[in-house]
Write a protein that binds this ligand. Structure first.
Ligand code: PLP
Length: 432
């Protein structure tokens, strides 16, 4: 069945989230040469700017100007408890209790802070399972944590790789690796969506398997927060970290998030790196020499947070909270499914495209992916990028032959997906 432009127009009509698109700024400099606004499929790298962000940051600048130091108490949103203004939003976003989440620092910093507490190797139990080819920052973080404990990363870090000739991990292979490491396993540290392949992992099953052998499970949600409908508390995840500038649209270098499961968050036995913002807020300003952490994830805070970044995050999370992750994920599945259908079925209907022109690396099972499709194609990548640019389509290209296209449900439409497809089709026909 051809699912052409009429279908896209109808789906956009019916879309209950269609008005959210108006809440975002589509970059002027990325317009198609003929003036059409861009199709933005790069929200997995840097999300678009919500229109409300500017006002939210300007209000903080105004209050700083008006109140100086007293803004900590008298700004319209007082700076002292400012991070608490995004706690409920963050908790609903990732499926956590409010006490289990905090926003602070940036992603890799939070990953290290969590591993300081949750990776405590002994002579018997010291292994860490992660992905081969994980995002480089994660690999450096894991290897340097092993080295911090005087261990050789080469025999400490177990890297999971797809089987020969395959692009993604088989879920059963992950569980088997956990069981095999068994009593030697200290920590499973995975992304919940792989940045390159778009494969999503079953966090509940992985956490269960880790706990069954006496290990802990932590996840990097860089490509999951704001993308998947998450249930961290229920899934018994031990800890998780995420950034806010990809799917979460909080701006470049935005403040990051952190989740600590209740059963750890209220225990003061875990070693942690301490700073004054993690001290019990009741007497934080007594400035006493002994550190007494707050209960909950907030007890891992180090510094007073960057208010402008928090303002940007608040602007964005208000939209996520209003739309709701269940509805966003449902639309995301529909958009991604539509893109998949166009690329695998419609593309070949008239026989003008080589059957092996492209293959989708991202799993077809929607429980194993979010909004991103990673597409391997044949042909000259530079020429394809040029073709995208000519049509105002923004997605990313990874040498030598992978495109990552992410129709983020918050601001992408079915017609956007169709415009992307038209470029691919024209290019594919010319390459044949
Ligand atoms: C984007 C991303 C990062 C980036 O880390 P920062 O500390 O925010 O610079 C790290 N890990 C993964 C998996 C990512 O996708």
């Amino acid at each position: 069945m051809q699912m052409q432009i009429d279908y896209a127009m109808e789906m956009d009509q019916l879309d209950e989230l269609k008005d959210y698109r108006e809440e975002f700024i589509f970059p002027d400099k990325l317009r198609a040469p003929d003036g059409r606004s861009c199709v933005y499929l790069a929200g997995n790298s840097l999300g678009l700017q919500p229109r409300s962000t500017r006002r939210m940051i300007l209000e903080e600048l105004e209050d700083w100007g008006d109140y100086g130091v007293e803004g900590h108490f008298h700004a319209r949103r007082p700076w002292l408890p400012y991070h608490e203004f995004v706690t409920a939003y963050s908790a609903r976003l990732v499926g956590a209790l409010p006490s289990e989440v905090v926003v602070m620092n940036s992603l890799t910093v939070n990953l290290h802070l969590m591993m300081i507490s949750f990776y405590r190797p002994t002579s018997d139990r010291y292994q860490i399972i992660c992905e081969k080819g994980a995002f480089p920052s994660d690999q450096y973080a894991v290897a340097s944590q092993a080295a911090l404990h005087g261990l050789n990363p080469a025999d400490t870090v177990i890297e999971l790789a797809p089987r020969a000739g395959e692009d993604t991990l088989r879920p059963d292979d992950i569980i088997e690796a956990i069981q095999k490491s068994g009593a030697r396993l200290a920590l499973v540290m995975l992304g919940n969506v792989n940045y390159l392949t778009g494969q999503a992992f079953d966090m509940a099953a992985i956490s269960r398997a880790a706990h069954a052998v006496g290990a802990l499970a932590g996840f990097n949600l860089a490509h999951g927060a704001g993308n998947l409908h998450l249930h961290l508390h229920q899934d018994e995840v031990d800890f998780a970290v995420w950034c806010s500038y990809k799917y979460l649209n909080a701006g470049p270098g935005g403040i990051a998030g952190c989740f600590v499961h209740e059963r750890h968050a209220n225990s003061f036995d875990l070693p942690r790196l301490a700073g004054w913002w993690g001290h019990d807020k009741v007497d934080r300003f007594k400035m006493e020499p002994d550190f007494r952490p707050m209960t909950g994830a907030e007890g891992w805070q180090l510094s007073n947070p960057p208010i402008f970044q928090l303002a940007a995050l608040k602007a964005s999370l208000e939209l996520f909270d209003r739309a709701g992750m269940a509805a966003l994920r449902a639309k995301g599945d529909a958009l991604t499914g539509y893109m998949e259908h166009l690329l695998t079925v419609d593309l070949h209907e008239d026989g003008r495209v080589a059957p092996d022109f492209l293959s989708i690396i991202t799993p077809a099972d929607k429980n194993q992916r979010g909004s991103q499709l990673s597409i391997r194609f044949k042909g000259d990548g530079k020429k394809l990028l040029q073709a995208f640019k000519q049509e105002g389509v923004v997605c990313d290209f990874r040498e030598p032959d992978i495109i990552r296209a992410t129709p983020a449900p918050m601001y992408c439409s079915f017609q956007d997906v169709h415009r992307f497809y038209e470029v691919v089709k024209k290019f594919a026909q010319a390459e044949k």
